[in-house]
Design a protein around this ligand. Structure first.
Ligand code: 5RP
Ligand code: FE2
Length: 224
């Protein structure tokens, strides 16, 4: 089973992003948290920085938009050439129309839900998405504790994806470390965002390898 590790640059040195991305070159994707101080109470980076990262990153960019008015802005971010654009269900008026726009532009379309948002209404829309992001912390800040209470929702999504036969990735984001990744993998996640646990490690490549190995072995435990 494919396991993807996506370091979140929220935990990197923002003055040296190109060098920081080089430290995690053995990962699969670079996770970029865009926050607008409106949808979430924090402000990170926007289009000019995403465009610059797009020019220098050897790995595909996985944009996580924590911004209001996702219907309007998600396609604009996709136009930067990003590999994947994930927007929040809570921030979009028409999730299907927005996902279709993203795919038309050539990006993978991801749909994110906060810990308290039910995933059930979106599971019948699986063919419209390439990825579901089940947040495992309240979006807004790095370094928070993994919320195990989100695991039943992840299992439910995993069962729906398996039943559909579609290759929709299941991503988790928030508090993913060597202590929590097996739980998320056993519940069906295959795409793991890790900020502080990767960028906070002395040897980021070793930490990525460890997370990958733990996720792989725990995935074997998962049965539908
Ligand atoms: O979307 C996010 C926060 O809203 C980040 O991607 C996430 O928090 C990663 O940080 P950490 O691994 O340190 O929890
Ligand atoms: Fe994120």
């Amino acid at each position: 089973m494919a396991v993807r590790i996506d370091p979140s640059i929220l935990a990197a040195d923002f003055a040296n992003l190109e060098a920081e991305i080089a430290r995690v070159a053995t990962a699969d994707l670079i996770h970029v948290d865009v926050m607008d101080n409106h949808f979430v109470p924090n402000l990170t980076l926007g289009l000019p920085v995403v465009e610059s990262l797009q020019r220098v990153s050897p790995l595909p960019l996985d944009l996580h938009l924590m911004i209001s008015d996702a219907d309007r802005w998600a396609p604009v971010y996709a136009e930067t050439g990003a590999y994947s654009v994930t927007f929040h269900a809570e921030a979009a008026a028409d999730v299907v129309a927005t996902a279709r726009r993203l795919r038309q532009i050539g990006a993978r379309a991801g749909l994110a839900v906060k810990p308290d948002t039910d995933i059930a209404p979106y599971l019948e829309l699986l063919p419209e998405f390439d990825m579901l992001l089940i947040m495992t912390v309240e979006p807004g800040f790095g370094g928070q504790s993994f919320m195990q209470s989100t695991m039943p929702k992840l299992s439910r999504a995993s069962e729906a994806v398996a039943a559909s036969g579609l290759d929709v990735w299941l991503q988790v984001d928030g508090g993913i470390s060597e202590k929590t990744i097996e739980l998320a993998s056993a519940a069906g996640a295959n795409t793991f965002v890790a900020g502080s646990s990767v960028f906070g490690a002395e040897n980021a490549a070793e930490q990525i390898a460890l997370l990958r190995e733990l996720a792989r072995s725990a995935a074997g435990a998962h049965t539908h």
